[in-house]
Write a protein that binds this ligand. Structure first.
Ligand code: GLP
Length: 251
């Protein structure tokens, strides 16, 4: 696992946007899976500003996850979020946007459709992901098992509480979501995880200090991934900051 420690959230936005551009320049037909949440927003803004001369016409974009039951026009529908914050400003054609639907009449079919599309494109070249405060990735929540592929997930109370800041009230936060599974995460050729702020410090400390892999701490699964880059700001490093800085880019 490689670590990049950034001064602050703005610095992280520079690093993440540069990594995405490097990916697209080195493989113009890249298949990229991207996240929502507060963490990536500044990176998406920088990406848009830096992309005037970047050709995205052959890049395919997928999303990591999506709430079930929100209208697609809802501010917090992840499809709507990604279109607004990154895909439409970058000029990504609809045919290149492979997004989960929050209003699918049959979420199980929507999962199968997503798996078929991922398979058609041969999996992800780059997956970018945030980290939940309880160690979830996408909507793979702490559980007694790992899900391999796109699936319907029950959103934990702690995640609903964490995400309630984006809604008018906790009651509005959906109880279920669709999420990619660990098979597609582990097969991504490069996985970039990002975290900012002291709210993420305890999960990062646990990731750095423990060595087990367990489904009650989903992010621990990534210890098995051969090419993970964890991009953190100093606040997210918490008490592990000396270890992370002293070991430079890798641990
Ligand atoms: C949500 C999403 C995740 C995201 C996480 C972190 O629960 N399902 O995909 O990584 O929140 O979000 P934030 O960046 O706002 O901390």
């Amino acid at each position: 696992m490689k670590f990049i420690v950034c001064e602050n959230h703005s610095h992280l936005a520079e690093v993440i946007s540069d990594l995405i551009i490097q990916q697209v320049m080195s493989k113009p037909d890249s298949v990229i899976c991207i996240p929502t949440g507060g963490t990536p927003i500044p990176a998406y803004q920088r990406l848009i500003e830096k992309s005037k001369n970047i050709d995205y016409s052959r890049v395919s974009f997928f999303n990591l996850d999506e709430y079930i039951g929100l209208p697609p026009t809802h501010e917090q529908s992840y499809q709507n979020f990604l279109k607004k914050h990154v895909l439409d400003p970058l000029g990504i054609a609809l045919s290149q946007q492979h997004l989960l639907r929050s209003d699918s009449p049959d979420p199980i079919l929507e999962c199968l459709r997503n798996d078929a599309e991922i398979d058609y494109f041969g999996g992800f070249d780059l997956m970018l992901d945030g980290i939940g405060e309880n160690g979830h990735i996408a909507f793979n929540e702490p559980s007694d098992h790992f899900e391999a592929r796109t699936h319907i997930a029950d959103i934990s109370t702690s995640t609903r509480l964490a995400n309630a800041r984006f809604f008018d009230s906790l009651d509005e936060v959906p109880h279920q979501a669709i999420s990619v599974g660990f098979e597609d995460i582990i097969k991504a050729k490069h996985l970039i995880l990002m975290a900012t702020g002291s709210r993420k410090a305890s999960v990062i400390e646990r990731l750095v200090t423990e060595s087990t892999i367990s489904c009650d701490f989903p992010i621990s699964f990534l210890r098995m991934h051969p090419n993970v880059t964890l991009v953190l700001d100093k606040a997210a490093c918490g008490r592990s900051i000396d270890v992370l800085i002293n070991t430079g880019q890798s641990l």
